[in-house]
Design a protein around this ligand. Sequence first.
Ligand SMILES: *Cc1c(COP(=O)(O)O)cnc(C)c1O
Length: 381
Amino acid sequence: MGRIYLSLSQQSGLEGEYIEKALKSNWITSGGPNVNEFEEKLENYFENNSFVAALNSGTSAIHLSLVLLGVQHGDEVICQSLTFSASANPILYQGAIPVFIDSEPDTWNICPDNLEIAIKDRIKKGRKPKAIIAVHLYGMPYKVDEIHAIADRYDIPVVEDSAEALGSCYKGKKCGGFGEFGILSFNGNKIITTSSGGALISNSKALKEKAIFYSTQSKDDAIHYQHSEIGYNYRMSNICAGIGLGQMKILREKIDSRINNHLFYRELFSTIEEVELFEVNSEDYFSNYWLNIILLKSNEVKNNLLQAFEDANIETRPVWKPMHLQPIFESYPYYGNNIAEEKFEKGLCLPSGSNLTEEDRDKIKNVVTTFFNKNKRIIVK
Ligand SMILES: *Cc1c(COP(=O)(O)O)cnc(C)c1O
């Protein structure tokens, strides 16, 4: 029987047309008509004065946002600790120093209290942070109003890591459009894919153009190859953008099916007391539920359940290991109260792809009901 995965890419069937067009016209390089059209489609999606530069990954989008903000060697950059390493690695690419912030318990994202404590402390030490990287983790919006109020008070720009949050909204406004920069990922496991790709969102044409300039090796305006700034090879390819154009056609359906998965899990766990499904019960927070996560009573139960899923050939994963606990990052400053640690210890990510079938759901349900019935019997003994 086929394995059920956490989050797989799903084709619309229209990707081929765009790729074919690129092949026929011999636009097989970075940039090109598909890239321009893909950017336009994204700009329309984000509406209010958004400018999008299509790049070859979400990671390069985060890196270029730091470059554009002038983050330099020795500068400090604040970053949410509970995230995927790609949120934090670009800080090190710039030779800058990450300062990690714990999560708050509601959205599991960057904690406003610890953020402000950290900013005050860094300023006191003469090291005012150059930027804040906040993440809408698993598609759940962070506390946008609180975080941006603090960022504004101290005049620190926010890079909004929306890699997992295409389609999510906060107070009716699309995630990715709140920060000085928003970034998207089109990796194979994200909401839509370009095989590998990303985008940098800003509110100015000049910033978009500057991002494209950096992403295409920072060539000065001269016929000979002249460079006055460090360049990067970060532009999206015309073939990848073709895949993206096909994917954009079914974006709505993809988000809807992720949300349907969430409703399935909500029903499944509504009767299982030992399990807490991660969600926020407030109309302000509209998550795309990129992944569904449950919190178990202990690390041990989590590991046992993960194994039960594995025995049934179903992929589940622990929550991202917080950055301040990672061997590569553990020596950097951290401000927090162990919220992220707890999520890491007890949280389990469940299959949430937009192509999850009715049959897949039945199998998942089977594992869950068997597991918790068995556990109950042991307790009764
Ligand atoms: C996937 C991801 C990224 C990086 O995107 P890539 O396109 O894989 O480089 C960054 N941040 C988060 C939170 C992600 O999940």
